[in-house]
Ligand binder design. Structure first.
Ligand code: FMN
Length: 421
């Protein structure tokens, strides 16, 4: 109810900021949509996913009303301060101002990047920001020793952050992001380097994806049984994964769904039998809401129980009320990428975030299950069951949320950004 009201209020504010909407065809059309949605909200169910989806779509459209002009990029010779006799003091000051403005916008882009998902909300990243680039670095100190000894989950998280940056560049800078993955063989923690490229306005898809970044979250609650995800919707999510060079296999038959559920449960039991795993997991459970990482109790969903169709990780969630379990036949999908090299895992992270943002835009919620990929024998079994070229990395449960999940905390940009001016 309040989500819909807040969205419509935001749209109204944006349109008013624009001035008298009636004179300009674009805002006037948006204003008519706003009025129509308000009427539908009054007469229908304000929690109706279709209505909420339409309100989100309208809110995305008004985002570009406040879009900034593209920043100019600063030629390297101006930034270095050389320039010879012909270079006036005014143009030097101009270049410095432009560089400072670009750095500010790149730090804002990092604020979007860090909304990416990461295993246990460990946020295994750092960003080096300069006027001509952002480097995304894996932070080895935040890699999970027990759950992620080879760093694949950390690279997936960093890849998801890279995807957010590829949306933020055109939206905030008016420039395409030129991305080089793993640009330096001698520096494997340097995940990607992004430079402001060709000047162009952000596409509507990029704007919509960027606007979805703060609304995306992992939802560990049961999803609605009464509103199924339509085949066209999960086909579209598969296309999104493919556009990012990943793949998403939706499990439509009950037998494979049951077998994947059994693998997740078995993997979770195997992992939980290891005291080191239990200690590591417990160290990321946050009962105090005033923290900047880990999984807070409010985001933990309901506590897993034997017999759940997909066993979630136990982050200390609420005990469920009798009869309030998970959907009997959840919609499952397996996300994968080209292979098992470091670069493939970054690709998987980019594809994951693209899928999660597209799901968010469609009003869908997603829960992630990576336990089978943390037990090598189980990973091999799942690979055989899925039988696709490349490597699988994550199981996704997708559906319409029965209740929203709160946003999880992040370490703020100053804690993760190194400026190299
Ligand atoms: C590689 C990877 C694996 C994950 N595995 C799980 C998982 O097994 N169970 C789970 O509940 N969440 C899993 N997550 C989701 C994270 O816990 C979640 O992204 C993090 O707590 C931040 O919350 P948010 O997604 O709501 O922003 C995983 C995320 C990533 C990137």
């Amino acid at each position: 109810m309040s989500e819909l009201r807040d969205l419509l209020r935001r749209v109204e504010r944006d349109l008013q900021r624009q001035g008298s909407g009636a004179e300009q065809s674009h805002p006037a059309a948006l204003w008519r949509q706003l009025v129509e949605l308000r009427e539908r909200a009054e007469h229908g169910d304000p929690g109706d996913p279709e209505l909420l989806g339409a309100a989100h779509a309208l809110a995305h459209q008004t985002d570009d009303i406040a879009a900034p002009p593209p920043v100019r990029t600063v030629p390297a010779r101006d930034r270095r301060g050389g320039g010879g006799a012909g270079r006036s003091r005014a143009s030097a000051a101009d270049a410095d101002r432009t560089a400072a403005e670009t750095v500010e916008r790149l730090v804002t882009a990092v604020a979007a990047a860090i909304r990416a998902p990461s295993l246990h909300n460990s946020q295994p990243w750092r960003f080096v920001v300069r006027a001509d680039r952002v480097d995304v670095r894996l932070d080895p100190a935040r890699r999970l020793d027990v759950a992620d000894p080879d760093g694949s989950a950390a690279r997936i998280a960093c890849g998801a952050a890279v995807h957010n940056l590829t949306l933020a560049f055109p939206v905030l800078l008016g420039r395409e992001a030129d991305v080089t993955v793993l640009p330096d063989r001698s520096d494997p923690d340097l995940v990607a380097r992004l430079r402001p490229g060709q000047a162009r306005p952000a596409t509507p898809r990029e704007r919509a994806g960027y606007a979805a970044i703060p609304r995306r979250r992992t939802n560990r609650y049961p999803f609605r049984d009464d509103v199924p995800v339509q085949p066209g919707q999960y086909w579209a999510l598969g296309e999104v994964a493919r556009a990012e060079h990943g793949w998403l296999t939706v499990i439509t038959d009950a037998d494979r769904r049951r077998r994947i559920g059994a693998m997740v449960a078995e993997a979770d039991r195997t992992l939980s039998a290891d005291p080191a795993y239990r200690a590591e997991l417990a160290s990321w459970v946050r009962r105090d809401p005033h923290t900047d990482d880990g999984v807070p109790t409010a985001s933990a969903g309901i506590r897993p129980e034997v017999g759940d169709p997909l066993r979630g990780r136990d982050y200390g969630g609420r005990t469920r009320r009798p009869g309030r379990g998970f959907e009997a036949e959840p919609l499952l999908a397996v996300l994968g990428g080209p292979g098992e090299r470091a670069a493939d895992q970054i690709t998987v992270g980019r594809a994951l975030q693209a899928v999660l943002l597209a799901a968010t835009e469609a009003g869908l919620a997603v829960s992630l299950y990576s336990q089978p990929f943390e037990v090598p024998a189980m990973r091999a079994r799942l690979r055989r069951l899925i039988d696709r070229l490349g490597a699988p990395y994550l199981v996704l449960r997708i559906g319409y949320p029965s209740r929203p999940s709160p946003t999880t905390p992040r370490r703020p940009p100053p804690a993760v950004v190194d400026r190299a001016d």
